[in-house]
Design a protein around this ligand. Structure first.
Ligand SMILES: [Mg+2]
Length: 183
């Protein structure tokens, strides 16, 4: 199968590093569970959208982003069993180099730039399945839809919208293997 995989908060902990960064800079103590909207700045009353959104654009930020547990091992097993994996990310161009070198190729060294697609219109990409925490990236796509649980999507009824909700990479592996079996 062709497996499309989102990057932020699907294979790495962007939100955790981002919230930590804002907390440190502005003396806040917001936790990731409080980020219940796609707009992260909504959880930081008193701060502007710009103040919150400049944090992941700062040089050195991506060094603080860690991989999600089991994501490297599961992706590497899915490739070994004959699937094609593509990372599909809607990254601002300014942060691409640091994000790729400090996160993707550091923790997922078996992936190459040939397997990275940068777009904010994921529905234009053809693949058998997309794994993503962003509901808006799954809606309307021609792929099977696997929703990675995140605080901002926790109240969304994935099943009613034709999506399969997963909570971790062990569950991703089970879902993909069962989709492969029926492919
Ligand atoms: Mg994401």
């Amino acid at each position: 199968m062709i497996i499309l995989v989102d990057m932020d908060d699907t294979i790495e902990h962007l939100l955790k590093a981002w919230v930590n960064g804002v907390n440190e800079k502005y003396g806040r103590c917001v936790s990731c569970d409080e980020i219940v909207s796609w707009d992260v700045s909504a959880a930081f009353p008193g701060l502007t959208h710009e103040q919150v959104y400049e944090i992941p654009m700062k040089p050195g930020f991506w060094k603080t982003v860690e991989p999600i547990e089991d994501a490297p091992e599961v992706l590497s097993r899915l490739i070994a069993s004959g699937n094609e994996v593509y990372i599909v990310t809607a990254t601002p161009y300014e942060s691409i180099f640091e994000k790729m070198s400090e996160v993707l190729f550091k923790y997922f060294p078996f992936l190459s730039w040939d397997q990275v697609i940068v777009t904010s219109r994921k529905q234009l990409i053809r693949g058998d399945v997309l794994i993503d925490d962003g509901i808006h990236n799954l809606e309307g796509g021609q792929y099977k839809k696997v929703l990675m649980t995140a605080p901002h999507n926790i109240r969304f009824d994935a099943e009613a919208h034709g999506m399969i909700r997963v909570h971790n990479w062990k569950e991703v592996e089970e879902v993909i293997n069962s989709l492969c079996a029926s492919h």
